[in-house]
Unconditional design. Structure first.
Length: 257
């Protein structure tokens, strides 16, 4: 074997060993402690690395001028226009399990186009609303349910999401917002970990614009006790791919619903 080929072979093996070692070292590292990574525009973003996980977790806090009625109504709005406001690039939105007043939850499915060459992402999520009658706060949890309906060959179905929001009245017309993001949207972890803090920051900044719309001036339905009928989810999803040119910021808020 020529000398230069041997050098290239040994160099490639050495580089591969370094990458494997770096990956393992990163995966096993972590303090399980929240660390402030951004504090601007009234939004504080924190990150946490857990040993054994390659993806960081994120949380963020801020205060905003709004009402609980508007926030709850905005979080419950499930049409394509609303989906596009939350998730630039959203091309399909379906209600799989309508709002259940007894359980205070619904299940919905939506698709987000990402810039090429990434495949569209499908989100099949359960939204669970838990009001607190003492402090009038509302806790909202979004959990991935990837195998509740058949998968589509066109897209990447998000399999891990456990994101949550807590909204607490803070007086003087303000709401304390606490957000926590724990998800894997099928991106390389080193890319996701680099971009996620900015996406979390921008997502929270967009919240007042989305929920403070006149159409959300309605009664808070979370404390209703009327039992909803039992509904059976469909066995298939009629969610056609809509070919649209997706902005480069398509992932910017896909994490927030």
């Amino acid at each position: 074997m020529p000398k230069f080929l041997k050098v290239a072979l040994y160099g490639g093996c050495f580089a591969a060993a370094l990458l494997v070692g770096a990956h393992y070292t990163w995966k096993m590292s972590g303090s399980d402690q929240w660390r402030l990574v951004s504090d601007k525009d009234g939004v504080r973003v924190y990150e946490m690395k857990e040993p054994g996980s390659t993806f960081m977790k994120y949380k963020a806090t801020m205060r905003m001028k709004s009402t609980m009625n508007r926030i709850v109504a905005g979080m419950m709005d499930r049409d394509l226009k609303s989906c596009a406001e939350w998730n630039p690039g959203c091309v399909s939105e379906q209600t799989v399990q309508p709002w259940d007043r007894q359980d205070r939850s619904f299940v919905h499915f939506y698709r987000v186009n990402l810039p090429n060459p990434m495949a569209p992402r499908e989100f099949l999520l359960k939204a669970q609303f838990t009001p607190d009658t003492q402090d009038q706060s509302v806790f909202i949890q979004y959990t991935a349910m990837p195998d509740e309906l058949p998968r589509n060959d066109c897209c990447y179905r998000v399999t891990h999401m456990n994101n949550n929001w807590r909204f607490t009245p803070a007086g003087k017309g303000e709401i304390e917002v606490d957000f926590m993001q724990d998800m894997d949207v099928g991106m390389p972890y080193f890319v996701y970990n680099l971009l996620a803090p900015g996406f979390v920051h921008d997502g929270l900044l967009s919240l007042p614009r989305i929920v403070n719309q006149p159409k959300y001036d309605q009664e808070n339905v979370l404390f209703a006790t009327t039992e909803a009928p039992t509904l059976t989810p469909p066995t298939t999803l009629a969610s056609p791919i809509v070919t649209t040119k997706t902005p480069a910021s398509a992932f910017a808020t896909a994490a927030f619903k």
